[in-house]
Write a protein that binds this ligand. Sequence first.
Ligand code: ZN
Ligand code: ZN
Length: 396
Amino acid sequence: MSFLAEEARRVQSRLVQWRRHLHQNPEIGTEVPQTAAFVAGRLREMGLAVRDGVGGLGVVGLLEGGHTGPTLAIRADMDALKVTEETGLPFASKHPGRMHACGHDGHTAIALGTAEILASHREQLQGNVKFIFQPAEEGPGGAKPMIQDGALLNPKVDAVIGLHLGVIWDLPPGTVGVRSGPMMASTDRVEITIKGKGGHGAMPHQTVDAVAIGAQVVTALQTIVSRRVDPLEPAVVTIGSFHAGTAFNVIADTAVMQGTVRCLRESLRQRMPEHIERMVQGVATGMGAEASLNYRPGHPVLENDPEFTAFFAGVAKEVLGEGKVVTLSQPTMGGEDMSYFLNEVPGTYFFLASGNPAKGIVYPHHHPRFDIDEDVLWMGVALFAEAAWRWLDNQA
Ligand SMILES: [Zn+2]
Ligand SMILES: [Zn+2]
């Protein structure tokens, strides 16, 4: 085992302590003041140069190595979800309606642990390691504002790496999932308003029924994926909310729908708004209503750099063993705003499986009983630290 992996094991108890502290005190979205202060405090104790308030409440810690060289960034997200925890754990959230149900508490602890062990070897580092802690991954997005506020500059970041914990398919705990190229989907959002003409439920001929038309619109939208998109190309159009009407015997004049649109290729993503607009306008006009759309771009497709990913997979095999690293055969239609960082600089995003049926840790991300097997935390540190160390060495 490499000396960094051994040191990662030695900080395991602290990782658990940090993770539990964060777990008990979850914060949501862009409002993560205590979490950001906690992170900045630990980084300062380790002797890193800390810039806080980056793009909101983002924190950037810079570890300058003893040798000049390039800069590798390690990214973690700090935010929790509006979920009431039901795990019954002794360190469960102290705040009803807020929970680290996506494992970002673990990501933050892992990045802090990596900073700690690399800081103790800074003299030997062949460059710099920048630690980027972002808020609002679960929405409205914290990566983009941090990039706009210079998180990838001074010094300029040359490569980036990040991870996600959780129940990853049925991979045993401590298994690393890597994938080159597109790995997670773009996450655009659409709001559709159908404007008809309300009236008495008994006299439909005097009205333009927004419910009936909205229902046709939802059905017609399903044919975009089945009939407009190449069957070999993944895409999702989901209408997740539909609001219309006030009473059983009144014809609604307005229907409002919201949906998510996901793709794995940017060129298809660019064509989706037109497909949707046409379909909605065609159906609405044909039925005598008016329609308006509000299409809001979300996170781009998350694409891993093939060269960096191959390098990382090699490191992971050495750190954890050949059998602990799998190449994911499929991407996921889930989204991640890590994609903004990977659009700016090459790098990789990987999964570290932390589900463990033997310990009852089987619930998916965002579930009120979501948990992580803490025994994998040190592995995250070992992977980050070893990858950073070797990558800097390779560039020297
Ligand atoms: Zn999540
Ligand atoms: Zn997440």
